[in-house]
Design a protein around this ligand. Structure first.
Ligand code: NAD
Length: 270
C-alpha cells in the first residue's frame, strides 16, 4: 500500500493465531499490508516476536500497528491474556483468526487415544475457546466483529492416515456454523476458509511422518501423490491463501456468515 493511502483493513484490529510461520504469518502480513493492526500470536513465542519485529517497518508504511503474543490456544487463560495484550496495544479487537493447527498422521488402525486427543484439543477445542473469548471481547465493546476459522479440504473429505485431523477439521465447520447462528444477534460474523495442500512446515513434516509410517518410500513422494489431481496443477503457497483471508477480514465480506470458502485449487468440488 502506498504511503498515506487507506487500506481495506485500516482502523481494524486483528489477531491471528499460529502466526509465527506458514499460513498464519502470511494472513497477518497481508492484513498489515492493508493497513490493519495485527497481533501475531503463537505458542512459539520467540518466532512470534521475530515475525512482529520483521513487520514493524512495513507496518509503519501501511499505517497499522503490530504486536505479538505467546499463546497456547488450548488454554483459556492464555487466550484471554493474548486478547488483553492486543486490546492494550490497539484499543479493541475487530477480527480474530483461529488458525493454529497441528497434525500427526497414523494409519487408521493405529490411531491412539492420545493422537486423537492431542489433535482434537488444538484444532477443535482451541478453535472453540478462541471463538468464545474473541466474541466476549467483541460483545463487551458493543458488538460487531469477524471471527474466521481455518478449515481444510479435510473438512470436506475423510482421508486415511489422518483420521483425527479430518475429524477436527469437520469440527471447525460445525463450530463455524454454530457460532454464526449464536453470534448473529451481536452482529458478529463467523466464517472459515479451507486450504488444500499448502507448502509450509506442516506439509514438510507430514511428508516425513508419512514415510515413517510406511505410506511413502522417499521424501517428496507423499506430497506429490496427494497433489497429483489439483486442477490448478500445483500446490499452494501461503500467498495463494491471503486474497480470500483478507476479503473475509474486510468489510467486503459483511454479508457472509456461517460458511467456508475453499481455496484448494479445485481439489474438492463440494
Ligand atoms: P504450520 O505448522 O506451518 O504453522 C502452524 C503454527 O501453529 C506454528 O507456528 C505453531 O507453532 C502454531 N501452533 C501449534 N500449536 C499451537 C497451539 N497450541 N497454540 C498456538 N499456536 C500453535 O502450519 P500451516 O500449514 O501454516 O497451517 C496453519 C493452519 O492451516 C492449520 O490450522 C492447518 O491445519 C491449516 N491447513 C494447512 C494446510 C497445509 O497444507 N499446510 C492445509 C489445510 C489447512
Amino acid at each position: 500500500m502506498a504511503d498515506g493511502a487507506r487500506g481495506r483493513l485500516s482502523g481494524r484490529s486483528c489477531i491471528v493465531t499460529g502466526a509465527a510461520q506458514g499460513i498464519g504469518r502470511a494472513i497477518g502480513e497481508a492484513l498489515r499490508d492493508e493497513g490493519g493492526d495485527v497481533c501475531f500470536a503463537d505458542i512459539n513465542a520467540e518466532m512470534a516476536e521475530e515475525v512482529m519485529r520483521a513487520n514493524q517497518e512495513r507496518s509503519a508504511r501501511s499505517g497499522g500497528k503490530v504486536a505479538w503474543a505467546k499463546v497456547d490456544v488450548t488454554k483459556r487463560d492464555q487466550v484471554r491474556a493474548m486478547i488483553d495484550k492486543a486490546v492494550d496495544a490497539f484499543g479493541k479487537i475487530d477480527v480474530k483468526f483461529n488458525n493454529a493447527g497441528i497434525n500427526k498422521p497414523l494409519n487408521f488402525l493405529d490411531v491412539t487415544e492420545e493422537n486423537w486427543r492431542t489433535i482434537m484439543e488444538v484444532n477443535g477445542l482451541g478453535v472453540l475457546i478462541g471463538m468464545q473469548e474473541a466474541a466476549k471481547q467483541m460483545i463487551s465493546q458493543g458488538g460487531g466483529g469477524k471471527i474466521i476459522n481455518t478449515a481444510s479440504i479435510a473438512s470436506r473429505q475423510g482421508f486415511d492416515n489422518v483420521a483425527p485431523y479430518c475429524a477436527s477439521k469437520w469440527a471447525v465447520v460445525s463450530l463455524t456454523q454454530s457460532g454464526a447462528r449464536d453470534l448473529a444477534k451481536h452482529n458478529i460474523t463467523v466464517t472459515g476458509f479451507g486450504p488444500g495442500v499448502v507448502a509450509t512446515e506442516m506439509w514438510r513434516q507430514l511428508d516425513k511422518d508419512l514415510m515413517e509410517i510406511g505410506v511413502s518410500e522417499r521424501e517428496g513422494q507423499a506430497i506429490e501423490e496427494f497433489s497429483a489431481d489439483i486442477l490448478r496443477g500445483r500446490v499452494a503457497t501461503p500467498s495463494d491463501i491471503t486474497g480470500a483471508t483478507t476479503f473475509l477480514a474486510s468489510r467486503e465480506s459483511d454479508y457472509r456468515t456461517g460458511q467456508i470458502v475453499m481455496i484448494d485449487g479445485g481439489m474438492t468440488l463440494v
